[in-house]
Design a protein around this ligand. Sequence first.
Ligand code: HEM
Length: 440
Amino acid sequence: MANQAKYEGGATMVNPEGDKGHQAVDPGINKDALKSEIRAALINRKANACPMAVRVAWHSAGTFDKTDGTGGSNGSLMRFEPEHSDPANAGLYIIHDMLHEVKKRNPNVSYADLWTLAGSLAVGFTNGPDVKHSFGRVDAPAGTQTPENGRLPDAAQGASHVRDVFSRMGFNDKETVALCGAHTLGRCHIVRSGFDGKWTTNPLKFDNEYFKNLLNLTWQPRKWDGPMQYEDAESGELMMLPTDIALIEDPAYKQHVELYAKDQEAFFQDFADAFSRLLSLGCPEAACPHLNKAASAQPAAPRDAASAEFREAAMHGHAVDVLKKIAKDADVHDLEKSSGRSALHKAAFWGHEGTVCYLIHECGLEKDLQDYNGDTPLHDAVRFGNTKVVEIMLSAGAKTSIKNEQGYDAFSLAKEYNKTAVLELLQKHHAGKGKTTSRL
Ligand code: HEM
């Protein structure tokens, strides 16, 4: 069923919004109250789920690919297949359920914001640094394509795999090491990952013990039935994954392990910056206003910037020769990451007929593409009574029957917004195609 997310233990939970695309920004959110609610949900008589909350936030974001902007925490795509059944996410849905009541009490907070907020707060709840977090992530509607599984790191591999995965997200070696320092928290569970044991003596305290242990203990392969992992030769009570050991085998990584083992402040600072950025990768700007530093370190690829400029110019209805000039460096088909909207959506919304003609006939933009709200460019033109644009779109063959997330097709939307001229045009077009208008 499209708008049902599967949860562990065979239970299923229907997303309360019916998985409509959902704007998360609500300036009215009382962050302190929300923080207390999240704290009570994560730390209570039954459990302390802070380590897992950190991991959920990381997994929700760690699918990001900087080359095409896909993946990342925006959209809360972990609700959808195939990401939902990624073996790397096994067992993590407990957190979603633990936060269920918080979500119910705060329906304006998107799942994407809630999961990332819980993860960043959990670092502080366990004595770690404050991780900056801003609202603004949007939940994608049901049916949104998630990236193929396999983007999260494989613990059985070595340094080059770790470097591939983290550089795909846009992190350098130092940031990668800082991020992996999160293994100061929590443990491996045979039932979830097949690995077993904890990295540090106090898995509920965020400190730099992970780095100290990596350097100061002797690590040997554990002799057991499970997957290859390391145990400390002294007590046999602590463990490391092959990817953890890669951080001391690779000299470029090791220098940062050495720094963080002796300077907890440096670790806290670098972890907080990197984790905050990780949780904002690919998100709408509202979700990352605090990331000036990162933004300047990572300028948008020139083609991405030109594509955004092209959409903006289409939105303002700039002259076709201006658009053509920008188009040389842009991907004219590129979609806005936060909304799934094309240049054609924008031009149709604002009623720029010349731009709409150019985008359809010269650029070949997809006429019936639906954005995160399920709106096609025709929906946008109809809603605002842009009759001329509707006319152009109809004669170009745009479909009138596509329904948006609210269930409106072009006809019912025109009625809802009382756009009489548009409705007449649609009826004429329909009749001209020899079809019955009885549905009206
Ligand atoms: C090379 C990169 C990484 C690999 C291969 C990896 C792998 C794993 C594995 C196999 C587990 C055990 C899961 C279980 O059995 O419950 C785990 C747990 C955990 N990971 Fe990672 N991880 C990586 C990076 C990260 C990063 C970047 C973060 C956060 C910033 C993170 C946070 C955590 C936390 C907090 C836990 C403990 C969860 C719990 O106690 O339930 N990991 N990781």
